[in-house]
Design a binder for this molecule. Structure first.
Ligand code: GLN
Length: 538
């Protein structure tokens, strides 16, 4: 078997050009050609992981099956490639330094002065090669966060330069830039691209492939000019025009020849049409052809930022598409939702999702949403904090425990229906100490959860500190809220449902993380189906 090939994806000119989607698309195309592929992200910030970051910083925190709090791009990788990533797929500057400093304290550097070069760059290279060495993938794609020229990403760029020097043809660089259209001059401009490539060259990296993000088609002559100025083959200058949706990007990139440009660069032979994108195209067609809509309200406190609930949004789109519906997501800011305006803000929806979250702000609005859905029998899906809100609202308004709460919101509540696990009570370090990653869950037959998954044992990912308090389980079940998913080892409650309603279900776990384009999560499918039947009855 050939040795692992490394593809580095860097970005220039501006941030938010969609490096994550481009990396995932390259991965998808190589996978569709039969290669084994994984993708990893290197983030230049100093946080050890994004777990402590506010979603307004970098969007949602994604969680891998092995319990790593990761950059949301890992979500794109999993959803596009239908693969599972782990903590090895996401590294930050903070993690690199932490590991080097720990080694220094242990005396591993034998009295040497510890420096960015070689110690930090060696540690980066060790991390880059880890997955390739361990699993012998055909391709390891490494996305370097940030924009070339940033001070923070310098050690990563230097590590890429060294790897290219050491591995030669087995290592290629794809550089993503932006070609702006100046409306006043009626012209596309390539100068920013030229500058960005120069900057890379100054750091010792000659890009092999250029991907030019643009809003207008770039004429062939212009591409030739870029090729000439940037020392890149003409056919390796690939246009990436704004797509109608992210799922079309792999197809567009295939049409533009990005996959064959990569294969040529690493010295692999290929046949133009030896690629299987049938299932992917099937999804894209259904997505584009869906006419009827399904309207879902998403009640959360970060709804102002589109990336804050990325995985939920994507899981809903997947489920809607497989039901031949277009998703209309109505974001409702939980802080603004009250008993008085609930009808006005929620009534035009076929289903309601109550989002995950932390802390007090906006919590009352989530109780309002839970009550509204329960009383009006609107399909409702509570995820993590959303499930906890369903439980608290039920305790207050059905069990009559007026002061019931989670101890996260009120440490002195007389009815701590949601409380910290014993093991969490001693925790002082906030990083990576929640209940994280995939855990098994046993389902009760007859539940909507079981009907969705069609099996007794499932495994889904978690990210929380607080839990349903089992002392109240009997009271809840007697009053009609059943615990239909239980962790077989700890007996912790993972799913609650009001089985007398059409679809009223809360999960302590996050089913959205595991939902992919080709394998949508069963609970999201079942929720959307319930919302569709609800819409038909109106
Ligand atoms: N704040 C809640 C907890 O820690 C819920 C977390 C979440 O929604 N991810 O348990």
């Amino acid at each position: 078997m050939a040795e692992t090939k490394y593809i580095f994806v860097t970005g220039g000119v501006a941030s938010s050009l969609g490096k994550g989607i481009i990396s995932a698309s390259i991965g998808k195309l190589l996978q569709a050609r039969g290669y084994s592929v994984t993708i990893q992200k290197f983030d230049p910030y100093i946080n050890v992981d994004p777990g402590t970051l506010n979603p307004y910083e970098h969007g949602e925190c994604y969680v891998t099956v092995d319990g790593h709090e990761a950059d949301l791009d890992l979500g794109h990788y999993e959803r596009f490639l239908n693969i599972r990533t782990t903590r090895a797929n996401n590294t930050t500057t903070g993690r690199i330094y932490k590991s080097v400093i720990e080694k220094e304290r242990r005396g591993d550097y034998l009295g040497k002065t510890v420096q960015v070069i070689p110690h930090i760059t060696d540690e980066i290279k060790r991390n880059i090669k880890f997955l390739g060495n361990k699993y012998k993938y055909d391709f390891v794609i490494t996305e370097i966060g940030g924009t070339v020229g940033d001070i923070e990403s310098l050690p990563f760029i230097e590590a890429v330069r060294q790897m290219r020097w050491e591995l030669g043809k087995s290592c290629i660089n794809i550089h993503l830039t932006y070609v702006p259209y100046l409306a006043a001059a009626k012209e596309l401009k390539t100068k920013p691209t030229q500058h960005s490539v120069k900057q890379l060259q100054e750091m010792g990296i000659q890009p092999d492939v250029l991907v030019l993000r643009t809003e207008r088609h770039i004429p062939v002559e212009m591409r030739k000019k870029v090729a000439l100025f940037c020392n890149v083959d003409h056919e390796s200058v690939v246009e990436c025009i704004d797509a109608r949706n992210i799922y079309e990007v792999p197809l567009l990139m295939h049409k533009e020849g990005l996959d064959t440009a990569v294969l040529k660069k690493v010295g692999f032979s290929y046949k133009e049409d030896d690629i299987n994108l049938t299932d992917w195209k099937g999804f894209v067609d259904r997505y584009n052809q869906a006419k009827d809509t399904i309207r879902i309200a998403l009640v959360g406190k970060y709804v102002g930022l589109q990336d804050a609930y990325k995985s939920i949004n994507e899981a809903l789109i997947q489920a809607a598409t497989y039901n031949d519906r277009k998703l209309v997501l109505n974001c409702v800011l939980s802080e603004e939702l009250t008993e008085e305006n609930a009808d006005e803000l929620l009534k035009n929806n076929d289903g309601i999702v109550i989002a995950p979250g932390f802390g007090q702000r906006g919590i009352e609005g989530k109780f309002v949403a839970a009550r509204y859905a329960r009383e009006k029998d609107i399909p409702a899906f509570g995820i993590c904090l959303g499930m906890q809100c369903m439980v608290i609202e039920f305790a207050r308004n059905v069990l009559g425990l007026k002061l019931a709460n989670s101890t996260e919101m009120d440490s002195k509540t007389p009815d701590n229906v949601i409380d910290l696990m014993e093991s969490q009570k001693e925790v002082t370090d906030m990083g990576g100490t929640m209940r994280l990653g995939a855990f098994d869950c046993h389902l009760t037959e007859d539940s909507n959860a079981y009907k969705a998954y069609k099996k007794m044992t499932i495994s889904e990912r978690h990210r929380h500190r607080y839990e349903f308090n089992n002392n109240y389980k009997e009271a809840f079940e007697k009053a009609g809220m059943s615990c239909t998913g239980i962790n077989p080892e700890t007996k912790l409650v993972e799913i609650v449902e009001i089985t007398s309603l059409k679809w009223y279900l809360g999960t302590q776990f996050h089913p959205e993380y595991g939902s992919t384009v080709l394998a949508p999560n069963p609970l999201f499918m079942s929720f959307v189906e319930a919302a569709i039947s609800n819409s038909k009855k109106k």
